[in-house]
Design a protein around this ligand. Structure first.
Ligand code: K2U
Ligand code: ZN
Length: 171
């Protein structure tokens, strides 16, 4: 397994629309293993392939307390949604920023698992928030895009400054 580099906002590659996975093969399963290592090490409770610069429809989620219940969604589609909920979200691609976002309270997701088998899941609460957050990444959308232009531009400027400081420290 290997830890992968997570793209940081406002990297334009985060706005790439992911393509469907044609075949769930060993290459996909290797990427899943690497993404899982990367997510748990961050630490995070979700990760989209887009965030590691792999533009295919693959997301991982683990909202369990013990961080031992990895859920893999390949070519996920939301087929039903009800209600609304607010949650203070973070993102591994926007470190240090937490803002409230409104999303559907309950969702039904259809996807393929890591063996290519189709499944359907009803999710609510944090699991529903996380799945919707990750599926936005597959559409090239980062959660700061739900904020006002003023807030979003302030965050963008902060992240660009952060990136320059990292670059300076690395030389
Ligand atoms: O960057 C990501 O896409 C992973 C997200 C997943 C997530 C975002 C918002 C709300 C829930 C999950 C986070 O980095 S994981 C960090 C985190 C952990 C607990 C609660 C909120 C954020
Ligand atoms: Zn994110």
């Amino acid at each position: 397994m290997a830890k992968l580099t997570i793209l940081n906002y406002p990297d334009p590659r985060l706005h790439t629309v992911a393509k469907p996975v044609k075949e769930v093969n060993d290459d996909i399963r290797k990427l899943i293993a690497d993404m899982a290592e990367t997510m748990y090490a961050a630490p995070g409770i979700g990760l989209a392939a887009t965030q590691v610069n792999q533009h295919i429809q693959l997301i991982l989620v683990d909202t369990s307390k013990e961080q031992n219940d990895l859920q893999v969604f390949i070519n996920p589609k939301i087929v039903a949604k009800t209600g609304l909920q607010e949650y203070e979200e973070g993102c591994l691609s926007v470190p240090g920023i937490y803002e409230t976002v409104t999303r559907s309270e309950r969702i039904t997701v259809e996807a393929l698992d890591s063996n290519g088998k189709k499944f359907k899941l009803n999710a609510e609460g944090l699991l529903a928030v996380c799945i919707q957050h990750e599926m936005d990444h597959l559409l090239g959308k980062v959660f700061v895009e739900y904020l006002s232009p003023l807030k979003r531009n302030r965050i963008k400027a902060k992240m660009v400054k952060h990136a320059r400081e990292i670059e300076r420290n690395n030389y």
